[in-house]
Design a protein around this ligand. Sequence first.
Ligand SMILES: Nc1ncnc2c1ncn2[C@@H]1O[C@H](COP(=O)(O)OP(=O)(O)OP(=O)(O)O)[C@@H](O)[C@H]1O
Ligand SMILES: [Mg+2]
Length: 387
Amino acid sequence: MTLGDLVARHQIVISAGSGGVGKTTVAASLALWGALEGRRAVVLTIDPARRLASSLGLASLGSGERDIPAEHFRAQGLAPKGTLAAMMLDQKGAWDALVERHAPPEARDRILTNRFYQHLSQSFAGSYEYMAIEQLCALAESGRYDLIVVDTPPTRHALDFLEAPRRIADFLDRKIIKWFVRPYFSAGWSALRAMNRTAGFLLRRLEQATGIAALAEISDFFSNMSGLFENFQTRIDRAHEILRAPGTAFVLVSSPEEQVLGDAEYLSSKMAALRMPLKGVVLNRVHAEFRPARRGRGRDEIGPEEVEQVADLVAQIVGAPEARELAANFVDYQALARGESLRIEQFRAGLPRGVPVVHVPNFARDVHDLASLAGMHAHLFGVRAAA
Ligand SMILES: Nc1ncnc2c1ncn2[C@@H]1O[C@H](COP(=O)(O)OP(=O)(O)OP(=O)(O)O)[C@@H](O)[C@H]1O
Ligand SMILES: [Mg+2]
């Protein structure tokens, strides 16, 4: 199985991994590939820095889906057989949309102006991830796309994304809601604070931010939202179903650094435990080792002495005073690349069998337009894509 087969055979592809490894870039590149191959593709991005918008050559992305215009592809020398839409997840906007969709009309304004709601929708840990999943479900159910690529939030722990439905379910657990809607004066502040870590954390934050009066608002919020929470569980179940569907693939993005690979390993085992199995790996920003072709010899790497010989050769050819530095730089680069190779080998050994692993080099420039996203295809999907 190749990464190309994987994308071809799945409707939903989720790009997960630690912070800053290239999740957003890989997600955009995979969706672009789908569009070039004739799919009706959409990429859902969660990118507060708005890098995807610039990647796709869109100055800004609203919270709705936006089709990338055909002339934009043409200007970059690309001729997609399908279509590509992009969408940026905006946390607050997604919560508001949820309220608009599900809250009873008479309660809507009360909810939207409620200070507790505003706090929850902007900073509740996990709500970003949850909203991404909610949005993914909406895209999947719309039937408009046959390839949905989902980027995941820039959390330090990629696991947050996988656990978001459960976490939100815990938070919205009926029992807890009952606690909230119970007349707040009888429960008492300290009792509320102690009852649940998440709620406790929120309440402490609220206490700092808004003072004790917030309690009344919390109670009011939950009373008004009760209709919304009634069917939350079914939506959470639906989200789990979609994340675990046979047509859904998690692609792990990692860099070859030791700690990042460690995180990736951990994430891979957690995914298996959550029954959201990892189906592909992109190792991004890998430094290539210099491997001279030597016919008739069994190994394809060069040893330290040979590196020194190359360095000497460079020094002789260039002949300039900088030649030594240039050679030393080459030796360092080679050591870096060698270290990465060894770590990657070890990492691969721990992966489930049959999971395709591809390497993307560390490009000299940022990847920020359609042409450079397409430039990744040669590495993601093999030479066939290079044309
Ligand atoms: N192979 C590469 N070579 C060079 N630059 C790259 C490569 N891959 C990604 N980049 C650049 O690295 C930066 C970070 O990439 P990206 O935003 O995709 O990471 P991310 O995992 O989504 O980060 P975050 O966790 O903050 O969301 C971007 O500026 C991107 O253009
Ligand atoms: Mg990102």
